[in-house]
Design a protein. Structure first.
Length: 292
């Protein structure tokens, strides 16, 4: 899809939405803290800039290997980018255009959009269709490609990303969020303590359980529960996964090794009804905590 056509389709979709519309323009800012603001990408140029931020984090920092075209363009690109909404944190104190100000991003994919365009990204690794099929009356949203530039990895940036996710979920009446949480490296045994902790302590309830695809499943149960120190296990968790758990998230069964991104992935599941009250109160039941 060409850039101009993509822009027109996004604007048209927003205009036709009967409720939960995020209008493109100044009013689409979902939150502010100081010079930082969070909103959705407004055009193809901003999406390309977000892809460049992802490249800096995933390739230059984490040593991911992308397809040749993406490596040549120095942008993390895949087919889902054209159908997702792209949440951005911008530092307006940086001189230049909006695309020069992007310091963090998340990729958001609603179930109704995914259904029309070949499914969720996470379904490449996990049996997501069993989850959505088990809850036909619920609206799901996939969170993915979360990254923040190193100098902005602080509380304010993370708070704004969650402010944006929460505001977007409320506007679209989302019932549950999910996505891959990643450990660095492709050797699950290097994370035996943390993965075993997730398996024994944070595994999803049967009604929300999702397994890794059989041909990719790597066992997370590498240590008996009595050998696990919860304190040490929490310290061993990546910050993003630890943050999900604090919100009330659960974890699916089995990990998947992603050779291209040099990670070991688990599936994170977060029904909105399970989000801890202290976080709902902090961000506001109407996502008004940092609203502009």
């Amino acid at each position: 899809m060409s850039g101009d056509l993509l822009d027109r389709e996004r604007v048209r979709a927003a205009q036709l939405s009967p409720k939960g519309t995020i209008v493109f323009g100044a009013s689409d800012v979902l939150g502010r803290i100081g010079s930082l603001q969070v909103r959705l990408a407004r055009n193809t140029r901003e999406i390309e800039a977000a892809q460049a931020v992802r490249y800096r984090v995933f390739v230059e920092e984490m040593r991911a290997t992308l397809p040749p075209m993406a490596m040549r363009l120095r942008r993390d690109i895949d087919r889902w980018d054209a159908i997702c909404d792209h949440l951005l944190v911008l530092d307006t104190a940086i001189e230049g255009d909006a695309e020069d100000q992007i310091v963090g991003t998340y990729r958001l994919l609603r179930q109704d959009v995914a259904t029309l365009h070949g499914g969720f990204y996470s379904a490449c690794e996990f049996e997501v269709e069993t989850l959505t099929g088990r809850h036909p009356g619920k609206r799901f949203m996939e969170l993915g490609r979360s990254c923040v530039l190193p100098t902005y990895r602080a509380k304010r940036t993370v708070e704004l990303l969650w402010q944006g996710n929460w505001a977007y979920a409320l506007r679209h009446n989302v019932d549950a969020m999910f996505g891959c949480g990643s450990f660095p490296g492709t050797a699950p045994e290097m994370h035996a303590l943390a993965l075993s902790f997730l398996h024994h302590v944070a595994r999803a309830d049967p009604d929300w359980q999702v397994a890794a695809r059989p041909d990719q499943l790597r066992d997370m149960d590498m240590m008996p529960v009595e050998a696990i120190s919860p304190r040490r296990a929490l310290l061993a968790l990546p910050p993003l996964i630890k943050g999900y758990l604090r919100l009330g998230a659960m974890v699916g069964t089995g990990a998947v090794v992603d050779q291209a991104f040099n990670t070991t992935d688990v599936l994170i599941l977060l029904p909105v009804e399970r989000i801890a009250n202290r976080y709902v109160n902090y961000y506001g039941a109407d996502a008004g905590r940092f609203a502009s």
